[in-house]
Design a protein around this ligand. Structure first.
Ligand code: GLN
Length: 489
């Protein structure tokens, strides 16, 4: 039951084979047993979860008696975890930062509101790199989360708490946020499925802003079907987010079965650069061969501006972060360091409240935006971003999906990259282009390295082509079967 999927749990709940309280209590027991080692959660809300489970059970009993279980909300009684960058009304939301250590939001994010409307119940908030700036969850101000496959290794980041919780059986699925890879990279490191939707597909209202032109909320789940289920609940226009797109929401989970025969799969030559762990390349090439065996037409493609994606991303992300994080001034919410003057209050609050990685980004971003440098850095980066986007437009005119690794290596050891920010940034090299281009992308398990650590296959598609992307992922998943493996803790 600990590694049950949403779709299987829903069937059992509706049939009366398990109760929502029973399921929730079992997951809470699992959290009790393993979270001391994994440390996926920053905040737990067991009373709220059990109370919601009892309400779900009452609705399930009534619907069974009336024969109307098919009309119940899709996630009724399903226990989920939420990354702590996503605002939860009445539940502490820290963003992994001291500056929000005691912040209890007075309003609800749209993603949470939609999950609750769909009947889901929330177990707690998961650990994240501070303000989602990082690739290992080690920059959390509280503690590092560990990889359930090997506790000496990182779970990836910044949604490392969510990925580890899903892999360790500490929730059925979770929400993450992805600015440059923060859903997909930890999904790859922890052997679960992570989906970054098209920019504008899911409302960002209540997602604490890191880099607003790149941020997107996405699900981490046990299989592609569950990721599709969650996207169906999360997606849709929201008047509270002006960047959310008023496009119809397809029934993603009902569209997974489309055949791969004739699907054109592009393999970007730039995404297999030297320095990649050989086992990663071998597993991803074998996965692409599985798609070919299923009838896909595989061809090599070029994304010639790939080598510029990393500097462009880290300029744009830092610039937008420096503007977004200006709101943490010690006056409106969060930590407030009492000081003599207004200026001192700013300095003390931000000096004490932010960790070193966040300060680094704010300084880089403020520099890139400052008078005289704006044209040379931020504007130039935006121009090159257009070229990167054009690469994808050209490639996606010839192929339907793009297949590549999620990252160049499997999960590295805790502490290995903390002293060297650039080597940490390099772990995102294969994920951040999808954010720069606004495209949907998914990571799903495609094997293990010699040390037993999971390897991620990344698929990308054109804007709003999630049905195609998910169908290709589903076909591979069902043929390969990696999603049925779980770590032993
Ligand atoms: N690791 C990348 C960064 O630090 C991406 C993080 C994310 O997607 N939130 O910016």
């Amino acid at each position: 039951m600990l590694h049950i999927t949403i779709h299987a749990a829903r069937r059992m709940l509706r049939a009366g084979d398990i109760g929502a309280r029973e399921l929730t209590a079992a997951i809470l027991e699992r959290i009790d047993a393993v979270d001391g080692q994994v440390r996926a959660y920053l905040t737990l809300t067991p009373e709220l979860a059990l109370a919601a489970a009892d309400r779900a059970d009452a609705a399930l009993v009534a619907a069974r008696a009336a024969g109307t279980t098919d009309d119940l909300p899709p996630l009724l009684g399903i226990p989920l975890a939420i990354k702590d960058t996503i605002t939860t009304e009445g539940i502490r939301t820290t963003c992994g930062s001291r500056i929000l250590e005691n912040y209890i939001p007075p309003y609800q994010s749209t993603a949470m509101a939609r999950l609750q409307q769909a009947g889901a119940l929330i177990l707690g908030k998961t650990n994240t790199d501070e303000f989602a700036m990082g690739s290992s969850t080690e920059s959390s101000a509280y503690f590092a989360t560990r990889n359930p496959w090997n506790l000496a290794h990182v779970p990836g980041g910044s949604s490392g708490g969510s990925a580890a919780a899903v892999a360790a059986g500490e929730c059925l699925a979770a929400l993450g946020s992805d600015t440059g890879g923060s859903v997909r990279q930890p999904a790859g490191f922890c052997g679960v499925v992570g989906l970054k939707p098209t920019y504008g597909r899911v409302s960002r209202y209540g997602l604490v802003a890191y880099a607003s032109s790149l941020d997107q909320i996405g699900p981490l789940a046990r299989d592609v079907t569950d990721a599709a289920e969650l996207l169906g609940v999360l997606a849709g226009h929201d008047p509270l987010d002006s960047t959310s797109v008023p496009a119809a929401v397809p029934a993603y989970a009902q569209m997974l079965d489309r055949p791969v025969r004739g699907l054109r799969v592009g393999v970007p030559r730039e995404y297999f650069a030297p320095g990649m762990q050989p086992e990663v390349e071998a597993a991803v090439r074998a996965a692409i061969q599985v798609l070919a065996d299923l009838g896909a037409e595989v061809r090599e493609i070029g994304l010639p501006h790939t080598d510029l994606a990393l500097p462009v991303y880290y300029l744009i992300a830092a610039a937008e972060a420096s503007a977004n994080l200006a709101r943490f001034d010690g006056i409106r919410y969060g930590l407030s360091a009492a000081a003599e003057s207004l200026w001192e209050t700013y300095r003390e609050t931000r000096g004490q409240g932010f960790g070193p990685e966040v300060k680094r980004r704010i300084m880089l971003g403020a520099y890139a935006l400052s008078a005289g440098y704006y044209d040379a850095y931020y504007l130039k980066a935006q121009q090159v971003r257009t070229l990167i986007r054009a690469d994808f437009d050209a490639a996606l005119a010839e192929v339907d999906v793009i297949a590549c690794p999620t990252g160049p290596t499997t999960a590295f050891r805790i502490g290995e990259k903390m002293a060297d920010p650039l080597s940490m940034y390099l772990t995102d090299i294969l994920t951040l282009s999808a954010n720069l281009a606004g495209l949907p992308a998914i990571s799903l398990p495609c094997g293990f390295d010699g040390a037993g650590l999971p390897i991620g296959l990344q698929l990308m598609a054109g804007a709003f082509q999630e049905p195609l992307l998910l169908a290709a992922a589903f076909a591979y998943e069902q043929a390969a079967g990696w999603h049925t493996r779980h770590p032993t803790l």
